[in-house]
Write a protein that binds this ligand. Structure first.
Ligand SMILES: Nc1nc2c(ncn2[C@@H]2O[C@H](COP(=O)(O)OP(=O)(O)OP(=O)(O)O)[C@@H](O)[C@H]2O)c(=O)[nH]1
Ligand SMILES: [Mg+2]
Length: 313
């Protein structure tokens, strides 16, 4: 690996960092040594996930958190992951202003990532982008994702703290349970608390969390914010710090990271095996098998079995 790239990352050269991130997005593979060299430093950053329905105020809230972090002398990398967008390599439309605001600030790096039509690799890529930003010395990495399906669960797999953002219109208990956001949240935020129903939703959430969490489990805290006016941000910021401290004390922090570590190894091995297995030769053979036969006669299971048995031939 070219030393100039590694030292560029380590010295927080945003131009080089941008280029590396583009390469990761575009499936240009870095050798194992590359990530290994960054590993020691990349472990040090705290990774936070912010997720919630479209328009809940995730970006506005992220912006407020960036301000608080800078105020407290911390640097931050933000990765806005939008699994629904095929767009990659720059800013999502609404986030452009926010990104430009920090363009001359070495302590803030903001980047948007879309799926590029390749959903499967998004988690790995988002994690690797996080590694690169962490290796550049960023103290905190924030992942912002739209909670519309699988994306937020994937991101929960990559972070130390998951913050779920709801709005007063987020609906009733059943809808929230269905949305699957309850299980992944370490902290809840009810944003747009300037609107009717915020208090009621907060109470409803607290009740659900109280009945659904075990006696020993820590019940996620619920914060109310008005992100566009900066209200409730101090409390949230302190709440995140308290949560992290508590997790570290109880060793849950390490346990969670270990589980994520294991999952990453598993995913990398699977990825590698699949890529190695499907050589152009085998792909060609598979095509022959399925083209030549009257494929509808044999079940897919039968064809797969024959293919596996003949693969060394
Ligand atoms: N009334 C009110 N409006 C807010 C609040 N927070 C954010 N907004 C507004 O809500 C709109 C959406 O905010 P964003 O921060 O872009 O929301 P988002 O969740 O990042 O949206 P996507 O990334 O598109 O899913 C913007 O017009 C914000 O100014 C709030 O607390 N109260
Ligand atoms: Mg946003």
């Amino acid at each position: 690996m070219e030393d100039s790239i590694l030292s560029g990352i380590r010295s927080n050269n945003h131009r080089i960092i941008s280029r590396v991130i583009s390469n990761i997005e575009n499936n240009i593979e870095y050798p194992v040594d590359f990530f290994t060299s960054l590993y020691e430093q990349s472990k040090k950053a705290l990774r936070i996930g912010l997720t919630g329905p479209p328009g809940a105020g995730k970006s506005t809230l992220t912006d407020q958190l960036i301000n608080k972090l800078i105020e407290n002398g911390k640097s931050v990398g933000v990765i806005a992951v939008d699994p629904t967008s095929p767009f990659t390599g720059g800013a999502l439309l609404g986030d452009r202003v926010r990104m430009n605001r920090y363009i001359w600030n070495d302590d803030v790096y903001i980047r948007s990532m879309g799926s590029g039509g390749d959903l499967g690799g998004l988690t790995r890529k988002a994690q690797e982008v996080g590694d690169v930003l962490a290796a550049s010395g960023k103290d905190v990495i924030i992942y912002e994702t739209v909670g519309v399906g699988q994306g937020e669960h994937d991101v929960a797999e990559a972070v130390d703290v998951t913050i779920v953002i709801l709005v007063p219109e987020s609906g009733d208990e059943i809808q929230m349970m269905k949305a699957g956001l309850i299980e992944i949240a370490d902290i809840f935020v009810i944003n747009k608390s300037d609107r009717d129903g915020a208090g009621r939703l907060a109470q409803l959430l607290i009740n659900i969390l109280h009945t659904s969490s075990g006696k020993t489990a820590l019940e996620p805290a619920v914060y109310k914010t008005v992100a566009n006016k900066g209200e409730g941000i101090d409390e949230l910021y302190q709440g995140i710090a308290d949560y992290v401290e508590q997790q570290k004390q109880s060793k849950n922090f390490t346990h969670k990271r270990l589980a994520h570590h294991r999952a990453r190894v598993l995913a990398l091995v699977q990825d590698k095996l699949i890529r190695e297995f499907w050589t152009s030769n085998r792909l060609e053979k598979l095509k022959l098998v399925t083209d030549q036969l009257d494929t509808f006669k044999s079940s897919p299971h039968q064809l797969a079995k024959e293919f596996m048995e003949s693969r060394h031939a």
